[in-house]
Ligand binder design. Structure first.
Ligand code: 7PJ
Length: 366
């Protein structure tokens, strides 16, 4: 079933509690908690899909509750519930403040740091450095999925990532995710101590992955992609990219539920750069808060990606850090719970200043 109605939380702000008194903090009403807090939203964009295109309207929450939604009430009330409901912890990590996932590439051909971390020792050292800089999650990947890249044989991928996971597991308590599309790699990574599965194909690439992911008991990051990395950016087509991505992720969440993976173990990611032209990427980035309607934590990975190069005319990925920070802060302002980045120290600093400014307090430091 395809939805015709979607809602996107707008007017997102940090809940500020009233002055603490002897009776305790005073709640000041204003808006609804976004994904259980600490951010709240005060308005909605209502998006109506029709054969003629998508109609967008903005409505304040006060008006929404006062006025009759008519036939729309039922169609969107489930989404409103998903948007506001609290999110489960991710492998023990609370998601009540922005979390940083640091990228540890173990591929000889990675676009941004290719060749630098292709030995186990270097990859482990890089992961530990990111942990020290403030990464909450270390994402280990042994298959480059950048546009145009070839697939990697399962044995090669295992040889690259398993020793790195074992090496990091022995030296850090930070969460470890495995970025793979292969069921066998997921299974072996889980045995080696990985805490989270991160699949850019949302468990569609390998016919065994739904089952293996369910059996592992680990949380799964489901990312949207259109097509295979080799050809995905040749000619991507959407009717409305923002809503098509929502539909895909909703359908993959349903497939996971049917396979025995509960919602509390799922994370959704719209997949910047995966089968998307610049205007698709920008549309998705702009609409990030829509994906809270999926009822699971949302992740964004825009770090050093081509869209930043295209928007700023910067060819070298290493020079795309400022643009990457802007993309991360933009999404965090929309309540995105996790950002996947190369530059952890820089992102930590940006997020700390954002958090202090939001909260009006210096309590949350780097
Ligand atoms: C992503 C990823 C992403 C998630 C890569 C790159 C390409 N996993 N793995 N989200 N991107 N969940 O880092 O540029 O955006 S590999």
């Amino acid at each position: 079933m395809q939805r015709s109605l979607y809602i996107r939380p707008l007017g997102i702000y940090a809940f500020r509690q009233g002055t603490a008194t002897e009776e305790g903090p005073q709640e000041v009403w204003g808006g609804l908690p976004l994904a259980g807090g600490p951010l709240a939203f005060s308005a909605l964009e209502v998006l109506e899909r029709s054969p003629r295109g998508t109609l967008r309207r903005t409505i304040g929450l006060g008006d929404l509750f006062e006025r009759d939604w008519g036939r729309n009430t039922l169609a969107a009330s489930d989404l409103l519930e998903e948007v506001r409901s609290p999110r489960a912890r991710l492998a023990g990590l609370s998601l009540n403040r922005p979390r940083i996932m640091g990228i540890v590439n173990v591929t000889p051909d990675s676009f941004s740091d290719g060749g630098q971390h292709d030995s186990v020792a270097a990859a482990v050292a890089h992961g530990l450095k990111l942990a020290e800089q403030g990464a909450d999650i270390l994402d280990i990947g042994g298959e480059s999925t950048r546009p145009g890249s070839d697939t990697v044989a399962v044995d090669d991928e295992l040889r690259r990532v398993i020793p790195v996971i074992e090496g990091l597991r022995a030296k850090t308590d930070k969460l470890i995710s495995i970025d793979t599309r292969k069921a066998e790699v997921m299974r072996r990574a889980a045995q080696a101590g990985a805490d989270i599965l991160n699949d850019v194909s949302a468990l569609t690439h390998d016919p065994l992955s739904l089952e293996v992911a369910a059996e592992s008991g680990l949380p799964v990051m489901l990312m949207h992609a259109q097509g295979d990395p080799k050809t995905m950016n040749d000619d991507p087509q959407y009717s409305d990219v923002v809503l098509d991505v929502f539909d895909f992720l909703e359908q993959r969440i349903r497939a996971c539920l049917a396979a025995g993976i509960p919602k509390a173990r799922l994370i959704a990611d719209p997949g910047i750069g995966f089968g998307k032209h610049l205007h698709h990427n920008v549309a998705v980035l702009s609409a990030m808060s829509l994906y809270h309607g999926l009822g699971v934590p949302v992740l964004l990975g825009a770090s050093r990606k081509k869209l930043i190069g295209q928007l700023c005319n910067v060819e070298a990925p290493q020079e795309r850090v400022p643009g990457s920070l802007a993309a991360a802060l933009h999404s965090i302002s929309q309540g995105v719970q996790i950002v996947r980045v190369h530059d952890v120290a820089e992102t930590r600093q940006a997020v700390a200043v954002w958090e202090a400014a939001q909260a009006g307090s210096e309590a949350a430091l780097c």
